[in-house]
Design a protein around this ligand. Sequence first.
Ligand SMILES: Cc1cc2nc3c(=O)[nH]c(=O)nc-3n(C[C@H](O)[C@H](O)[C@H](O)COP(=O)(O)OP(=O)(O)OC[C@H]3O[C@@H](n4cnc5c(N)ncnc54)[C@H](O)[C@@H]3O)c2cc1C
Length: 423
Amino acid sequence: MITYHKQVSTIEVDVLVCGSGSAGVGAAIAAAKNGASTLVLEKNGYSGGIITAVHNPFFDGLVDLRTKEVICKGIAFDLYTRMGYARLTDTHMPDIHQTVDPELFKLTVDRMYKQYGVKVWYHSPVIDVVTEGSRIKAVLTANKGGVYAIVPKVVIDTTGDADVAAWGGAPFEISSTPQPMTLHFRIGNVQVTEDLDEKCGEVLKRHLTGDALRTYGGPWFFSLAPDEITINATRIIRPALDPEQKSMGETEGREDAWRMFELWKQELPEFKNAYFISSGPEIGVRETRRIVGDYTITLDDIIKCHTFDDAIVKGSWFVDIHPSDGSVGVHPHRNFVPVPYDIPYRTMIPQKLENVLVAGRCHSATREALGSTRVTITAMGMGEAAGIAARMAIQSGKPMQQIDVAKLQGILAIQEVQQKQAI
Ligand SMILES: Cc1cc2nc3c(=O)[nH]c(=O)nc-3n(C[C@H](O)[C@H](O)[C@H](O)COP(=O)(O)OP(=O)(O)OC[C@H]3O[C@@H](n4cnc5c(N)ncnc54)[C@H](O)[C@@H]3O)c2cc1C
């Protein structure tokens, strides 16, 4: 006989946000700001998802690539300005690619959660769901406090992997050749020069033969300090939802990161006194489940810039699909510069469920379209719309499929203006 030691505690909430990455941050702040009692469940001990947990702190999708005009003006831009990188009155950015300090990101999100009354439970993974007909009745989490059944009116799935929607029975797609995972690593006491990435790339290319190095991407570098670099170069091609495979990916990522570091130290004077600061914290997963929503955005929609009546955010980033065919180095992805395009609300509505929205990199997109829609600030913009939509559904008593999208678009527009007036 099995004896269970834990009682399941039940907690009721208006909006439950599962995952506090880019999309989750947008969703939680928007839901709470608009009057919903909001709880966030996050498996890590901080917010940010890939921005903080992978040390990949970019605000891509914030601007129109052609003009550098800010196109994601809501919570994402508010957050950006609170970190001190711009003013809310700014209309254009000096660059297309914004780098932020991941520690400042964690702190600023915590402060915004506090300001808007978002309750957050870190170290609390979603482990299962309980469905009743087409509704998610409860979401289960387990943490040091025990096992909890959170009973929400609406769930926003921002896990990146569509865990909640998939476990709740919503259909999804998953590629048999997903984009590779990458474990980032940081090196200190380096002499950083303009062409260092090229020099490092040449070293990696020379050592590809034999057992020295299995593969690599880029390498792409960024620096938070003049003598330090974070490197995006390891390339792990394994299914990220399989726990054993993902763990092997972490292990191989660390091996490859150290190998790269050692090769550079041996061959490049710039690394003479360099030291390995850290890897991770965790391997970055680019692509897993994509829900099959009420609409699936396609590459054609992006290329032809199709307009949609239910547009809730503009996407703008390049179509960046990291290859998983064994090719190495820098893959071409900047030839086509998208005109900011519409992302429909329906791409966040999973089929078969009526009180769930899915925002961020697991929304409904073809694999090709996701190459652009997955970036951080586009994900945060989707989350923001989802948070407001959740509150609207609760107020109207309607399923997520039937909310008044014109009203949602109106609220998004008004809140942007109010944000500026609040300065
Ligand atoms: C290596 C790498 C490099 C990238 N480079 C760039 C770049 O340069 N620019 C750019 O804009 N984008 C880049 N991306 C893509 C981008 O970072 C993501 O697509 C984006 O962060 C998606 O945001 P998200 O909120 O949907 O998902 P995520 O950022 O993955 O957030 C998901 C959150 O949910 C949490 N979570 C997951 N499962 C559970 C669970 N069961 N219970 C509780 N919590 C859970 C996670 O811990 C995480 O905090 C990169 C991605 C990777 C992996």
